[in-house]
Design a protein around this ligand. Structure first.
Ligand code: CP
Ligand code: NVA
Length: 309
């Protein structure tokens, strides 16, 4: 199987590469619980750059590197000043001489793409305004744990057609998940993502993605309902307008009555209880949000091992 060099977008990965990550992640998870150690990244360093806040991404990458025998350096944007003190291209080339991998969380997706263009070591997208590939990988692992497989599961994403939605779409197109993306008018997935996908339906390739408007219709028969914040990091000024525009898109008990009675509920976290999801639902028995959070660690360890060892 061809090795992938970076994890900038899930769209760039082949289905078998996604399955390779998920298989290794599941193995790492079992072996961690058995107390088995893997020093695959001994003496190796991952540089992390966060332009935005993070809990899960930061902790899972750091713990993952340590569990694989390596370590991380956290570079604050104020210190390195990308495209301020020096161009991104020079930072990418400099870091490549000293560390064995670079993880970035940026506002502009193009920043990560430019890093990957100039870096001589693997570059990992820890969230951009366009994609969140590590989250989608952890989500796929979580679905496999709950259903035993991915193909033909009906997952409805309700909310903003944002970075998380884009990565779910790219993942779904590769693994055969039936994905319904339900957004208010004006908040659909970006044209760029739709253009990259090329087709939303292709029976032969197992691509089955629908864009819908009515949340009740979208969740009908769904085995999984997924949501994310209405205003992503960087969109805080639009919060009030978005709260009005998304009001009918809250994941609550009334909406879930229209889904499969055993339907599972997912959220990438952090969540706003009372906005995109009610406390009763996210803290209720159908919620698997902390399985998703934990699986960030296992999925990313697989990515780190495949890219950096
Ligand atoms: N889901 C996720 O990426 O969480 P953080 O923003 O806390 O890293
Ligand atoms: N869409 C959210 C995801 C956070 C993990 C954001 O970009 O803020």
């Amino acid at each position: 199987m061809p090795k992938f060099k970076h994890l900038v977008s899930l769209h760039a990965l082949k289905p078998e590469q996604i399955h390779e990550i998920l298989t290794l992640a599941a193995r790492f998870k079992i072996e961690l619980k058995q107390g088995k150690e893997h020093a695959l990244l001994k003496q190796k360093t991952l540089a992390m750059i966060f332009e935005k806040p993070s809990t899960r991404t930061r902790v899972s990458f750091e713990v993952g590197m340590v569990q694989l025998g390596g370590h991380v350096i956290n570079l604050r944007p104020d210190d390195i000043q990308m495209d301020g003190r020096e161009p991104v291209s020079d930072i990418a080339r400099t870091l490549s001489r000293m560390v064995q991998g670079i993880m970035l969380r940026t506002f502009a997706h193009e920043t990560i793409e430019r890093f990957a263009e100039f870096a001589e070591v693997p570059v990992i997208n820890g969230l951009s305004d366009y994609e969140h590939p590590c989250q989608a990988l952890a989500d796929m692992l979580t679905l496999i744990e709950h259903f035993g497989h991915l193909d033909d599961i009906v997952l409805t994403y309700v909310g903003d057609g944002n970075n998380v939605a884009h990565s779910l779409m790219f993942a779904a197109a590769k693994v055969g998940l039936k994905l319904r993306v339900c957004t208010p008018k004006g908040y659909e997935p970006s044209r760029k993502a739709l253009k990259a996908l090329g087709t939303l339906k292709n029976k032969r390739r197992g691509i089955d993605i629908e864009l819908l408007r009515d949340p009740r219709q979208a969740v009908a028969g769904a085995q999984v309902v997924y949501t994310d914040v209405w205003a992503s990091m960087g969109q805080e000024a639009e919060s009030a307008q978005r709260e009005r525009d998304f009001r009918a898109y809250q994941v609550n008990a009334a909406l879930l009555k229209h889904a499969d009675p055993k339907c599972l509920v997912m959220h990438c976290l952090p969540a706003h209880r009372g906005l995109e999801i009610t406390a009763a639902v996210i803290d209720g028995p159908q919620s698997i949000v902390f399985d998703q959070a934990e699986n960030r660690l296992h999925a990313q360890k697989a990515v780190l091992a495949l890219l950096m060892s």
